[in-house]
Design a protein around this ligand. Structure first.
Ligand code: INI
Length: 155
């Protein structure tokens, strides 16, 4: 039987930054609410949560990197929404957002969680922002909790 190392979904004094884009705000605000609710219900303290807003998904990576390298956070959660139907340059915005968020994590060693919806339509975005397909912000918060605990165990 291998020794299993895994993160639990229980906060132990972690500090979290949520970075949320203003573009498609009415969807992204649902993701923010889902992330905050999930963090708090897993034990995170309100005082240990910061919310930073950026213009669009394209800007998420830079700000996530800045926050991750500050040393002030155990995890950074990037939240946004890119909808193909309304975006001629969907691939560029969504692709660069994903790359930059990943790069921020690799550069800093801090978990930077990709909670960005990339959907074909506004209906699909609504479904993933607190209706029948769950809430991507809440999922992202769970990933943050798990990664913070896992990295502590791997120290
Ligand atoms: N930003 C998004 O977050 N989602 C989108 O769907 C979107 N569209 O449709 O273009 C979008 N564009 C703005 C982009 O993220 C930047 O803020 C902008 O290009 C300035 O750099």
């Amino acid at each position: 039987m291998p020794r299993i190392v895994e993160g639990n979904l229980v906060d132990k004094g972690g500090r979290y930054a949520i970075v949320a884009s203003r573009f498609n705000e009415f969807i992204v605000e649902k993701l923010v609410a889902g992330a905050v609710d999930t963090l708090l219900r897993h034990g995170a303290e309100d005082a240990n949560l910061d919310l930073v807003r950026v213009p669009g998904a394209f800007e998420l990576g830079l700000v996530c990197k800045r926050l991750a390298e500050s040393g002030d956070y155990d995890a950074v959660i990037a939240l946004g929404c890119v909808i193909r139907g309304g975006t001629a340059h969907f691939e560029y915005v969504a692709g660069e957002a994903a790359k930059a968020v990943a790069a921020a994590a690799y550069a800093t060693g801090v978990p930077v969680i990709f909670g960005v919806l990339t959907t074909e339509s506004i209906e699909q975005a609504i479904e993933r922002a607190g209706s029948k397909m769950g809430n991507k912000g809440a999922e992202a918060a769970l990933s943050a909790l798990e990664m913070v605990d896992l990295l502590r165990k791997l120290e």
